[in-house]
Unconditional design. Structure first.
Length: 337
């Protein structure tokens, strides 16, 4: 374990605990810190997976440090003891995770690699606006590096190289979870994309109200034409315009089995001018932990290698793939940061 990358997991919900499980199976990583909204746990020797799984709130952990600013306090105290970070925080409001990244960069000594699983286009735009700040801090930040965007958008970036021109990328996902309570933050963010809901409304809904809405839908959320950052990530990689990317899917919040298979379809024109499509289908036996946390660890490994060669600032997951020929317009800088 002496040479293992020391990872801090920001977020202790379903995805954060899922990463804890995945790291336990990765010999080149060890989890030294995990954080939620009220506390953090740090152990330089590595946090035991079973010590976290029985805890709903980290403040109830025997070794927790309670704080009103647990992320900032963790990095102020242990920045030199952390190599890489996985961000599994809820992204409500949309600039929350970019704000966390800015805080780490400007108020702590941390100089490692950070990967997030951001999903919304505006959140990735806000992250891109922090490129200079993160460069100055010596941090390499890879955004949109979970399943979608991330795993599926990088598949699209590679598959696009078969075509002279890409005309459409369609991502259709299926997610099954046995109990929505294990992934509260993820489900809340999915609600934003339903008709009649927005970020402000969802932020003020109680768990009871969320459960009532799920009951109306028999536990199924059908999501179409989502504001999903695969669009900006593929545009920035020069693959296609963002309006040529569609993302949607079905989430079953009552059953672990996926309601549909996850597919990414890349359509374009061949050298002979024929329209054709590549279709990639993920195994139904892989879970959210497999398809989010597994790729995130891969991006962290690659990030460490890139940082050793002097790279810092903000990249997207598709920046690590072959590029397309398009030269997208500069991403607008949000005024909220």
């Amino acid at each position: 374990m002496a040479d293992a990358l020391r990872i801090a997991i920001l977020g202790a919900g379903g995805l954060g605990k899922g990463m804890l499980s995945r790291v336990a199976l990765a010999p080149d990583f060890k989890t030294v810190a995990i954080v939620d909204r009220d506390a953090y746990v740090f152990d330089a020797e590595g946090i035991a997976e079973d010590s976290i799984y029985g805890v709903t709130h980290l403040k109830d952990h025997a070794d927790s440090i309670e704080s009103s600013e647990p992320i900032l306090n963790l990095f102020k105290t242990h920045a030199d003891d952390i190599d890489v970070v996985f961000v599994a925080l809820p992204n409500l409001p949309v600039d929350f995770i970019p704000g966390v990244a800015q805080q780490i960069a400007t108020q702590t000594r941390f100089k490692g690699v950070i990967v997030d699983a951001l999903k919304r286009t505006r959140a990735v735009e806000a992250m891109m606006a922090l490129d200079e700040t993160l460069q100055k801090a010596g941090i390499l930040y890879i955004t949109g590096a979970g399943a979608t965007p991330g795993f599926l958008s990088t598949i699209a970036a590679v598959a696009a190289q078969s075509f002279v021109e890409v005309t459409h990328v369609d991502i259709r996902f299926g997610v099954g979870i046995a109990n929505w309570c294990g992934y509260r933050a993820t489900i809340r963010e999915d609600f934003i994309h339903l008709a009649g809901f927005d970020a402000e409304k969802v932020a003020h809904m109680t768990d009871t109200e969320i459960e009532a809405e799920l009951e109306k839908r028999n536990g199924l959320l059908e999501l179409n034409n989502m504001e999903h950052a695969d669009d900006i990530i593929l545009e920035l990689a020069g693959i296609c315009r963002r309006d040529q990317v569609t993302v949607g899917g079905i989430v079953d919040t009552r059953n672990a089995k996926k309601p549909i298979s996850t597919q990414v379809t890349i359509t374009g024109l061949t050298t002979l001018g024929v329209e054709a499509s590549h279709v990639m289908t993920l195994s139904d036996d892989t879970t959210m932990v497999d398809n989010v946390c597994g790729p995130a660890l891969g991006f962290l490994r690659q990030g460490i290698r890139m940082q050793h060669h002097g790279q810092s600032g903000v990249l997207t997951s598709a920046n690590l793939m072959p590029r397309g020929p398009l030269q997208p317009a500069l991403v607008p800088v949000p005024t909220s940061l």
